[in-house]
Design a protein around this ligand. Structure first.
Ligand code: DX5
Ligand code: ZN
Length: 218
């Protein structure tokens, strides 16, 4: 898979969401990352369906929804209905992982599963052939603008090995603390999709920053 960047609208200007979504439409980013936080699974509340629908109404990109909520199966259908192409939920937050994956697929979206920095990659092995994507959190979920945890690179390499052993198509996404200065390292470790929030939206020229991330070299 070619390198993909997924700017996180968590760091967008919500007073100018159409403008920022249109900027992403013009940009080289193929995906838009949508962070949903419930204030229970993570110590922060972001936004829900109305904001997702507003982005979807304008966006021409793949909508990549990251659910940081407890018991995610309750809301899968609504998140797919509101325009998600991918719905990713947390391993730590779901009671029945197989049922959650199945609910996402039945609703018509691709399914991702995510693990927090302290969760071992090996726990995902039973579902590696059922999910379309694994999201490795490279910061504690909850906030943009944190520093990348370097041990995440080993987790990506281990996950890549697991995917190859199972000869499955699952892609790898990484989220948290990534900018043009460390993007090459994560792509090199085996990541397909890089999420970038503050690096893109705090840049003077966000479109140029997206290109820098995609073109970054070791
Ligand atoms: C954190 C979110 C991230 C966040 C990344 O819980 O899942 O997607 O927006 O922001 P940066 O790129 O600023 O670390
Ligand atoms: Zn995210």
């Amino acid at each position: 898979m070619n390198r993909v960047v997924a700017p996180s609208i968590l760091s967008a200007d919500f007073g100018n969401l159409n403008r920022d979504t249109e900027m992403l439409n013009r940009s080289a980013a193929e995906w838009v990352h949508v962070d949903v936080m419930d204030g229970v699974f993570v110590p922060n509340i972001s936004f829900g369906f109305p904001v997702l629908k507003a982005v979807k109404a304008v966006s021409t990109k793949t909508i990549d929804t990251h659910l940081m909520i407890v018991d995610p199966i309750r809301y899968v259908e609504q998140f797919v209905g509101a325009g998600s192409d991918y719905v990713t939920f947390h391993y730590e937050a779901a009671e029945d992982i197989s049922a959650t994956i199945e609910a996402i697929h039945n609703a018509g979206a691709k399914a991702g599963i995510s693990i927090k920095p302290k969760t071992d990659v090996a726990v995902l092995e039973p579902w590696i052939e059922s999910v379309d994507m694994v999201l490795i959190m490279s910061v504690e979920p909850g906030f943009g603008g944190q520093s990348f945890i370097p041990a995440s690179l080993d987790k990506v390499r281990e996950l890549r090995r697991m995917i190859e052993e199972h000869k499955t198509e699952c892609i790898i996404e990484i989220d948290g603390g990534i900018s043009a200065t460390n993007a090459a390292q994560v792509y090199d470790a085996g990541v397909d999709v890089v999420v970038a929030g503050s690096a893109v939206f705090c840049a003077e020229d966000p479109e140029a920053e997206i290109v820098k991330i995609l073109d970054s070299k070791l």
